[in-house]
Design a protein around this ligand. Structure first.
Ligand SMILES: [Zn+2]
Length: 335
């Protein structure tokens, strides 16, 4: 497919894109990827390709949360990647470092929802302590992200695509929650950094501990970035982009919390048979949690749902032991 054939985006050229690392200050892979770009590293290394330069658009590399990066913490006052709902951005005097940083990023890159924002595409870099493998995350109704994600998967077949969907829930048990992982938000108005611009994608690679850089995780992250840059160049040049008609996405359907005591304290952990088994389907009755007093808690959600972000360190405070997703086959080109 090529840009001029796209039913919605045939004249949507990317002029300026943002590559953001360190949105979470203790996710050092993204920080390092930005540092390598800013340093102009041009040499390939085994498993670590040189950063690919954009030919048809400006690609600005920047740090999402400089103060948290300095402190090597996820955030100072509030999770920056939950600050970009329209309501949150409307409160310009909201207290806290990240609320104010969100205003700065929104003014620089957007503003969100503008007809002619300063940047048209955002790539936001993340890592997880969970055994997720190389992953990209898209908003499912973002037509350009679908094509970019499909092209990444064509270049790097091990990459999985996760998605969130702006759809009203009918309240049924299997209905999409309309949210992303570890977040409660209004359907259609997501609080993520990549939502500032009309088009965007998150890269999420794991497992890697917080505060740690691993060459393999950095290599995956940069290979995905390079694939995205090449695809956006092909898109701008109206070249043929070879992608399949359908992609498989893992769509968020909700979070599952750890066992808790009556006062809310952590009372259990991921069952040992489930640890590190992200994307392996769950069936009712499967061992899911093990309480600290030795009781197995079985899974009782929808049959065939897959767990992602299993035992992600940053989600303990969000009361999510894991996020549930459902495999969906969707058209690559959103008509
Ligand atoms: Zn992150």
């Amino acid at each position: 497919m090529k840009r001029s054939d796209h039913p919605r985006l045939n004249d949507s050229v990317i002029r300026t894109a943002a590559l953001i690392g360190g949105t979470h200050g203790n996710e050092r892979t993204g920080v390092t990827a930005i540092q390598r770009r800013l340093a102009g590293v041009a040499a390939d290394a085994p498993g670590l390709p040189a950063p690919r330069e954009a030919k048809s658009f400006r690609l600005d590399a920047l740090f999402g949360n400089p103060r948290a990066i300095e402190l090597n913490r996820r955030y100072v006052d509030f999770d920056l990647n939950r600050c970009f709902s329209s309501d949150g951005l409307a409160d310009r005097d909201a207290p806290g470092y990240e609320r104010q940083r969100a205003q700065v990023l929104n003014a620089l890159l957007g503003p969100k929802g503008a007809a002619d924002p300063a940047y048209q595409f955002t790539v936001d870099l993340h890592t997880t302590t969970a055994n997720l493998g190389p992953t990209v995350i898209i908003r499912e109704d973002e037509a350009m992200a679908r094509i970019v994600a499909a092209a990444v998967q064509r270049d790097l077949p091990e990459v999985r695509i996760m998605s969130y969907l702006a759809e009203e829930s009918d309240g049924g048990h299997d209905a999409p929650a309309g949210g992303g992982p570890g977040s409660a938000n209004r359907p259609g108005d997501y609080p993520y950094v990549a939502e500032i611009t009309p088009h965007g994608i998150e890269i999420e690679v794991g497992p890697v501990p917080q505060g740690v850089v691993r060459a393999d995780v950095l290599g995956w992250t940069e290979a995905i970035i390079n694939s995205i840059v090449a695809t956006l160049d092909a898109w701008n040049h109206d070249e043929e982009i070879d992608v399949p008609d359908e992609i498989t996405v893992y769509r968020y359907i909700g979070d599952s919390d750890f066992p808790r005591s009556r006062d809310g304290a952590l009372a259990g952990m991921i069952h040992p048979e489930r640890q590190d088994r992200d994307f392996e389907p769950l069936h009712p009755g499967d061992p899911l949690y093990l309480t600290f007093d030795g009781t197995v808690v079985p899974y009782d959600g929808p049959d065939g749902a897959v767990p992602v972000f299993v035992n992600e360190a940053a989600y303990y405070e969000k009361r999510a032991a894991l996020t549930l997703a459902q495999a969906q086959h969707i058209a690559t080109v959103l008509g």
